[in-house]
Design a protein around this ligand. Structure first.
Ligand code: ADP
Ligand code: MG
Length: 301
């Protein structure tokens, strides 16, 4: 097969590993920088030009889309979908995952366990917001934050109100969430490929920090998931519509609570912590599933 990896930088660990895994299986790989693409949108033969060359019709595309380039990179991915290229994760599903509120609404509708979460626009509703999630301590999250940036713990109601006012002043969209104290600064990252959790790690926040993101200095170790945690992770990925996903789960008193579903989960942390060849499993999945014009969410939001 000829596989495209939509990525800004071929030196990134995840991109490098996917190239390796594909080449080991005798596939041809092209790394496509979405910001270097020009799209021929309206002609009878939709096409993508990359650094001046017209790209062939790939058999599959693996999107590795950074948060900062979501808008343009998703447009490029959609163009590949229109051309009939099989996307490992579809543009619609990635779009859903990039909006924390949108994805939590989908997960809630599917009956998946979540921390109590609320959202409001008007400054008059701050007190209701705080009350809905059970008061302080509570967590505030910018809707489009990643890697722990934009996630704030407010220990007191006063602190919560100040942060809410500050976010509003900046016209930022954010949600308010019950703080899961019993998580103890730890969460589980379940790496889902297809209908299986192929690797999982426990991430523990560093001393004095509640966010377990590895980018925030968290440390990773192997963990064995309960059957309920596995089922929750797979269902969460399916609900958002992702074939490859990193599902973040906190261990609440009454069971697993999903924090978010990441559509371009990093491979470095999970492969180092577990010693598993996750990149190979992504390529295996493509070998089994890739079909021309196989996009499922065509026309859906
Ligand atoms: P990001 O997209 O920035 O990674 P997350 O929602 O995954 O945002 O939050 C980052 C980290 O903060 C999580 O991995 C978890 O350790 C911690 N965290 C987030 N929400 C909560 C919560 N409601 N209760 C306890 N810890 C939380
Ligand atoms: Mg996260």
């Amino acid at each position: 097969m000829h596989i495209a990896i939509l990525s800004r930088n071929r030196q990134l660990y995840s991109t490098r590993r996917l190239i390796e895994a594909a080449q080991q299986r005798e596939h041809e790989v092209t790394v496509v920088d979405p910001l270097k693409c020009v799209m021929d949108v309206t002609s009878h033969r939709p096409a993508v030009h990359h650094r001046g060359d017209i790209l062939p019709r790939f058999d599959a595309v693996i999107p590795r889309i950074g948060a900062s380039v979501t808008f343009y990179a998703l447009a490029v991915l959609r163009q590949f979908e229109v051309m009939g290229v099989y996307p490992v994760n579809e543009s619609v599903a990635i779009g859903r995952s990039r909006d924390k509120l949108r994805s939590l609404q989908l997960l809630a509708r599917a009956g998946i366990g979540l921390p109590v979460t609320a959202f409001a626009h008007s400054p008059d509703d701050t007190k209701t917001l705080v009350r809905l999630v059970g008061g302080a301590p509570l967590v505030l999250k910018l809707l489009q934050g990643t890697q722990g940036r934009g996630v704030v713990l407010a220990e007191t109601t006063k602190a919560a109100e100040s942060v809410i006012d500050a976010f509003r002043e900046l016209d930022a969209n954010f949600l308010v969430q019950q703080f899961i104290r019993e998580a103890g600064g730890a969460d589980v990252r379940a790496f889902v490929v297809g209908d299986r959790v192929v690797a999982a790690m426990l991430r523990q926040a560093k001393e004095g920090e509640f966010r377990s993101n590895l980018h925030r200095g968290g440390s990773a170790s192997v963990v064995k998931l309960t059957p309920q945690e596995r089922a929750t992770a797979v269902r969460a990925a399916k609900t958002v519509g992702l074939n490859v996903a990193g599902v973040d789960i906190v261990r609440g008193k009454e069971g697993p609570l999903v924090l978010e579903v990441n559509s371009s989960p990093g491979l470095e942390g999970i492969e180092r912590a577990t010693g598993k060849d996750v990149a190979a499993m992504v390529i295996d999945f493509i070998e089994k599933k890739a079909r021309p014009h196989g996009t499922k969410t065509r026309g859906k939001g």
